[in-house]
Design a protein around this ligand. Sequence first.
Ligand code: G1P
Ligand code: ZN
Length: 546
Amino acid sequence: MTSGVLQISLDQPFKDQKPGTSGLRKSSRQFETPHYLESFIEAILRTVPGIAGGTLVVGGDGRYGNRRAIGVIARMAAAHGVARILTTTGGILSTPAASNLIRQHQATAGIILSASHNPGGPDGDFGVKVNGANGGPAPESLTDAIYACSQQLDGYRIWGDVSLSLDQPGQQTIGALQVQVIDGVDDYIALMQKLFDFDQISDLLRGDYPIAFDAMHAVTGPYAKRLLEGLLGAPAGSVRNGIPLEDFGGGHPDPNLTYAHELADLLLKGDGYRFGAACDGDGDRNMILGHHCFVNPSDSLAVLTANASLVPGYADGLAGVARSMPTSAAADVVAQQLGLPCFETPTGWKFFGNLLDAGRITLCGEESFGTGSNHIREKDGLWAVLFWLNILARRREPMSQIMAEHWSRFGRHYYSRHDYEAIASDAAHGLYDRVKAMQPALVGQAFAGRTIATADDFAYTDPVDGSLTSGQGLRLLLDDGSRVVLRLSGTGTQGATLRVYLESYVPPSGNLAQDPQLALGSLITAIDGLAEIKNRTGMDRPTVIT
Ligand code: G1P
Ligand code: ZN
């Protein structure tokens, strides 16, 4: 049944198809270069074990290029002997829902089309990410092998032009390949119903408890509408910007105080809402807000950990908790008091995957608005929203009170991340390498009225498989437990992005009610002095402060 297969040859391989922490992420224009997408898909289909005769889950966040890519993948999968493709109506599939589908349907792998929180559209970004049979991001050994394959390609195989309809659920075939289009929301909702107390949440939301959820014109709209307005009874209109658009309405679908400022203003300045939340382009990130209360993601992980016994899916106890290195140690303090193992991993979700697969942790999170659990192998935006709503439904206290009580029990980790985006690559690397070279001499030096106790480049030995990951960020650990971390982003597509992570701990007896930027003021000044950030980047202030 290979009669429809075309063999297309490439003049030369594309040299720039090295996947980063979140797959291959490039401009939409780049992906429209003839044969570019096909080359990367060919490398995936040649490299992922078990492809022939296997099942692939394919879908994306609905951005420009999503539907075309699904068509290309299906035609190429047919030419590579894939038995079944599971895709979704409109090709709409959030990253967490994709992780769940892979697991539920015992798929060989998944191909997720998304550039996460990066803007979309013809002038925006596109991305292709491979997930393994556990539902999580492919390990580096696999993405390295895909890259190596792309470097040597002289052609690819694709089924001749066939058109695929994604408009409604149903079954189609391309040669021997079965393409099954299903609703991308159903299975995800079924999973959420197993974890959370929908009756309690619904009781809260049907009372006088106005909420605002901002889907940012991205993938979570259909999920949030069915969950929040449908099953849980929040009034119509609670979900804002709920229709996925190919260019996300021209916005930047990243749920933080800068890019989701309309929602932030509603909650932080207005008086109409008790709870607010937003998710990113592909639905794996979350921002949580209460009335006049912003919950930073590091604190969010800590609060979920401390309150997990209130939520049915976690009431039996937690195996442990993990956070990425740049995330504040708020969860560590909770874990310690509850007697739970706690892990500090490099940035990126895949490091949690090993711990989750091995049953060593139940909850995990990153400061970059990512929170999740062992229910899937990706971070999960709407899951975090429901977790919070479940806690609020049980405790019936304002969010600000829940935070104040948390800090008065565990102390407060003042925390902020300052991002300097799209800086010249040379300037960024120059700054970074200079601080790295200075590090050995910094120990014992004064810094922001404290003393530098340790200065290192974070490295991690995976407790499950023993693998070593180094070069994960420059840390300055101070003698009072405060710290500053410098990292270069691995996901940007324009120039380089420098991230400066600032953290200082105040015990329960200290001042718990300061503005974080003020509480961190001396660290902010000191790191600028040491690293010459303003000078070397030519920027007066960070592009984004969270
Ligand atoms: C960013 C975040 C990181 C997250 C990644 C994927 O990566 O900082 O925590 O895992 O996006 O969502 P970075 O650009 O910092 O490399
Ligand atoms: Zn994302």
